[in-house]
Design a binder for this molecule. Structure first.
Ligand code: GLV
Length: 326
């Protein structure tokens, strides 16, 4: 009998071609994620689940899934999954690291540049009919070349961001709980404590996973240490930034601007005060959204799913130590 799997959203055909021949698969076809109740009832007889970051995979859900052997998340982040609970229950968890690094860094740099040079505001200005003539002081922004980029987090994506910044002749500083002297040499970047990084940076870009330690890491205190001309970019997870504190800092001119690909919650409420600000760009969590990368992510997630169903070690495991249930 083929293993029973549920895929919580439509995937690119290349990934479906891997799954469909060998699984009894149900693919959720809607734009919105499957409702919690439905997911809870679906998992009852599942062997495998391919999830997105919008699906909450917690202990309650796992307890409703006595046969579940693998949860394959089609994302590099896995804060939507209670990994210790999965490990305890013998459920392998996979993610999709590596394939989205460059695409995500491309977008983080895009946001940095868009905020620095006020691209989104400029487009609104044009469409509103405000463009009357070439003006010497119209929509003045910040220079990117020669500026200092402060990275919070130097994982794969943070390092890829540093590479881009060096191409723009930026000075790059970083803070990470794990110092990477190898990358400091390779990329020509410097390590500092968090305080120094945010005080000296013209641009702060956040590249940390969401954990108990990083929740609201960017708070009022941290924002108050940034330069008044500084811009913050967040392509990590929304809850890493205290959104109310960010709003106040942008409104009061504590910092100059923000560009976010992630918010808390997602989607951001249409009446969120951040959306009333000219100096804040909000993208709908699309940093990894290139055709090629999303196909690679889905294929990788399919491969993790199938390996888990066969009881093999996942190609990119989150909990490699798991003793998988039969
Ligand atoms: C996207 O945010 C991801 O974690 O892959």
């Amino acid at each position: 009998m083929k293993p029973k799997v549920f895929v919580t959203r439509m995937l690119p055909q290349k990934a479906l071609d891997l799954i469909l021949p060998v699984c009894d698969a149900e693919i959720w076809q809607e734009e919105l994620p499957p409702p919690r109740d439905l997911l809870l009832s679906k998992v009852r007889d599942l062997d495998g689940l391919l999830s997105l970051l919008t699906d909450k995979i917690d202990a309650t859900l796992m307890d409703a899934a006595p046969k579940l052997k693998v949860v394959s998340n089609c994302a590099v982040g896995f804060d939507n999954i209670d990994v210790p609970a999965a490990t305890q229950r013998g459920i392998a968890v996979g993610n999709t690291p590596g394939v989205l690094t460059e695409t995500t860094a491309d977008f983080a740099f895009t946001l940095l540049m868009a905020a620095a040079r006020r691209v989104v505001e400029g487009d609104r200005y044009t469409r509103a009919g405000k463009w009357k003539t070439w003006g010497l002081t119209v929509l003045l922004g910040q220079d990117i070349h020669g500026a200092t980029l402060g990275l919070i987090g130097l994982g794969r994506i943070g390092a890829a961001m540093a590479k881009r910044a060096k191409g723009f002749d930026m000075r790059v500083m970083y803070y990470d709980p794990f110092r990477r002297e190898d990358l400091e040499k390779e990329l020509g970047i410097t390590y500092s404590d968090l305080d120094t990084v945010v005080r000296q940076a013209d641009f702060v870009s956040v590249h940390v996973p969401l954990t108990n330690e990083t929740r609201k890491l960017v708070n009022q205190d941290l924002l108050s240490k940034m330069k008044q001309t500084a811009i913050i970019v967040n392509t990590s997870r929304g809850p890493v930034v205290d959104q109310a504190a960010l709003y106040a800092a942008l409104r009061d001119g504590v910092i100059a601007g923000a560009a976010l690909d992630v918010t808390d919650p997602e989607p951001i409420a249409l009446n969120d005060p951040l959306l009333t600000l000219e100096n804040c760009i909000v993208a709908p969590h699309i940093a990894s959204a290139s055709v090629t990368t999303r196909t690679k992510m889905a294929t990788m997630a399919a491969e993790n799913l199938l390996a888990g169903l066969r009881g093999e070690k996942l190609p990119t495991p989150v909990n490699p130590e798991v003793k998988q249930r039969n």
